[in-house]
Structures are given as C-alpha cells and as structure tokens.
Design a protein around this ligand. Structure first.
Ligand SMILES: Nc1ncnc2c1ncn2[C@@H]1O[C@H](COP(=O)(O)OP(=O)(O)OP(=O)(O)O)[C@@H](O)[C@H]1O
Ligand SMILES: [Mg+2]
Length: 265
C-alpha cells in the first residue's frame, strides 16, 4: 500500500466558542481527485486552511508523506509539495499575468530537489518549467502581458491555479475555483482539473458548490456539515446517503435542476 500523501487525523479548528472543523479525519492518496462539498459555513475552507498550514489546528495531527506538520507555517507545507488557491483569488493586480506565474516559479526554486545538483530540472514535468508553458497549460497565453487586474474573473481563477502549479506541487487544493463561472466555464474548469491530475500526476482536492459537475468528475467526495465529516465515499454512495441529502444535496441539486430548467425554458 503506498504512503498517503496527506493524512489528517482528528483535526479540529475552534474560533472562540465556534468549532469550525470538528475532529475531521481524512486520507488522501497519491493521484486521487477528491471533492469536498457541504453547505455554507460547513468548515470546508477552514479545513483547507488547516491542511495547508494557513490556520493552526486547535488539535489533531497532519502528516504529509509521513512527516508530521501540524503547527508548522504555510511555507513548510508548500516545501512539502502542497499548493492551494484561495476562495478570493490572491493575484498581484499590477503585475502582468506572466510575472504572476514567474513569482510562483521563483518560490518553487526554494524547494530543495535533487535536480538542483544536476543543473537541470529533471523530474519536473516539462510543462511546469517555464512561465509560458504554464500559461499554455491553463490557456492564458494570449493574456501573458496584460496586468492581472485587467483579466476576467474566470481568467483570474485560472491564473491562481497557474501560480499554484508554478510551485511544482504534489498536491493541489482548489477552493471554489469555479464559483461565479458560467455552466460551460464550470465544465471546462472541471476538465482542466482532471487533466492536471492525469497528466501531472497530482493529488487534487477540490471544494465546489457546483455539485452535479463536481460529482461527475471526482472519484471520491467528502461531505462536511457543521464542521463534521458526515460522508466520505464515491459519488454514487454519497448521493444516496440520507444524511447528506438531508444536510445538503436535497437543496443544492434541486437548485441546480431548477436553474437548468430555467435556462431551457
Ligand atoms: N477567521 C475566522 N474567525 C472566526 N470564525 C471563522 C473564521 N473563519 C471561518 N469562521 C467561521 O467558521 C465556520 C466555517 O467557515 P468556512 O469558511 O470554513 O466555511 P465554508 O464551508 O468554506 O463555507 P462557504 O461554502 O461559504 O465558503 C463559519 O461559521 C465561519 O463563520
Ligand atoms: Mg469556503
């Protein structure tokens, strides 16, 4: 059995009297594409913050490739191959799209890797070696010289994914990268996410409210509700789970169905 890429054990995050993440355990294996769903305020982002070192868990253990990292800062997590996007994109508005990616590449250079001694980037997929090849991968070549502030919101989301990829991660955490996109754009985003996993051998964890699209593309889905993990299984299993339907899916799927019906009417 291969070693888990990331293992969270009983991770809890409290803000004063509020338990935002309540003893959540989850294991992510290399190459998995896992979705995280749940109502607003369920603790999805806080869980991401905990497993990427942005927020210190109140208690619990976090191992990245067997190494205990709970309590360490985000840079330690990044050095161990974790990259993430933020629910509100964090790009450098005045810098060009290409320079935003170049910033990520510079950061990646700080991660010690054996290829440093060989004077070449052996072991890094060719597509992640230069800013321009990353721009090609995310489809932003035409915007390379434009300031990040001037691109569309959906392009901003792609740029943030590109910046995360530039750190040459093993694991990519995506927080609502399809929020606010049109239905076609959501589908394109889902395809890109799958390609990243398939072609770059990444482990991808993807939070999204566009449940029907997400469930079509992931192999496993974790459901959070009021800070607790209430389900963890294949999309087929999870959509039949009465607790999940009650807490979330009933409303969410009806919303999406009525949206589609509305669009067709
Ligand atoms: N820094 C913070 N200080 C205090 N409370 C917080 C903080 N961050 C999040 N919370 C609270 O923790 C709970 C979980 O929030 P979180 O943002 O993780 O939910 P979420 O599942 O990502 O929701 P959404 O789908 O709306 O993004 C919420 O009640 C939120 O108000
Ligand atoms: Mg969130």
């Amino acid at each position: 059995m291969p070693q888990p890429l990331l293992e969270a054990q009983e991770v809890t995050v409290r803000f004063g009297g509020l338990t935002a993440v309540d003893a959540v355990s989850a294991t992510f294996m290399p190459g998995e594409l896992v979705g995280i769903i749940g109502p607003n305020g369920a603790g999805k982002t806080t869980f991401f913050n905990a497993i990427s070192g942005v927020t210190q868990p109140t208690s619990g253990r976090l191992a990245v490739l067997g190494q205990q990292l709970a309590g360490q800062g985000p840079h330690r997590f990044a050095r161990n191959g974790l990259a993430r996007t933020f629910q509100t994109p964090r790009t450098f508005a005045d810098m060009s799209v290409r320079d935003n990616i170049a910033f990520g590449l510079k950061f990646a250079g700080k991660r010690p890797r054996k290829y440093v001694f060989w004077g070449e980037e052996t072991g890094v997929p060719w597509v992640l070696r230069t800013a321009d090849s990353i721009l090609g991968l995310i489809g932003l070549n035409a915007q390379a010289d434009v300031p990040a502030a001037a691109i569309t919101p959906s392009q901003q989301r792609l740029l943030e994914i590109g910046m995360a990829l530039a750190t040459r991660p093993r694991m990519l955490l995506l927080d609502e990268v399809a929020a606010g996109l049109t239905e076609n754009e959501v589908e394109e985003m889902a395809r890109l996410i799958r390609r990243l996993r398939d072609e770059l051998d990444l482990t991808v964890v993807w939070i999204e409210h566009a449940v029907t699209t997400l469930l079509r593309h992931v192999e496993r889905v974790i459901v959070l509700h009021q800070g607790k993990k209430i389900a963890d299984g294949t999309p087929r299993e999870v959509v039949r789970n009465p607790e999940v339907i009650e807490a979330y899916l009933g409303d969410e799927m009806n919303d999406e169905t009525s949206k589609t019906e509305g669009a067709e009417a």
